[in-house]
Design a protein around this ligand. Structure first.
Ligand code: SME
Length: 157
């Protein structure tokens, strides 16, 4: 099963309409994403809780590490650079943090609010090698923007 991003955008838009609490939004997005695609073995948010530090947010899958400094791991790289990280082989990524030894590839996207401030990152890990493509990055980024930057377009065709 592969994510139907258009259907996901509609469902997530309907579920989160009018909600502004970030944790509630993150929990809903994670739940919808995690069950939509067989490649998604761990799906979760890390939140910026103090300068230079990420802490675990809502997630689905096995337990994730609680804290990740911006200087470490794929999540840290996404937070530091505010650029999506598409990692085909986690073993080849210097500084990768292995919360689960089964993880082979991952995608991490920055999450920003309406003002452009960094709220955290969305991390999706797969037990399959090279599971993700730029297409996943583009679709996921659009959903994140619509939910957290609140441009309100998610429910509009
Ligand atoms: N893989 C991430 C760490 C988080 S977990 O895998 C849940 C990283 O290197 O940033």
């Amino acid at each position: 099963m592969r994510a139907d991003y258009s259907a996901l955008a509609q469902t997530i838009g309907a579920l989160t309409e009018g909600e502004t609490d970030h944790v509630s939004l993150m929990a809903t997005v994670v739940c919808e994403l995690h069950h939509s695609d067989d490649r998604f073995d761990w799906t979760g948010f890390y939140r910026v809780t103090e300068p230079g530090m990420l802490k675990i947010g809502p997630y689905q899958g096995g337990h994730g590490c609680l804290k990740i400094p911006f200087s470490r791991g794929v999540c840290g790289a996404a937070a530091r650079t505010e650029q999506a990280q598409l990692v085909m082989d986690v073993n080849a990524f210097e500084g990768h943090i292995a919360c689960a030894s089964s993880t082979q590839s991952e995608i991490v996207l920055p999450v920003t609010d309406q003002s452009g401030a960094l709220l955290g990152v969305l991390d999706i890990d797969s037990d399959l090698p090279a599971a993700f493509t730029q297409e996943d990055v583009d679709h996921l980024q659009k959903i994140l923007h619509q939910v957290f930057a609140g441009d309100g377009c998610i429910n509009k065709p």
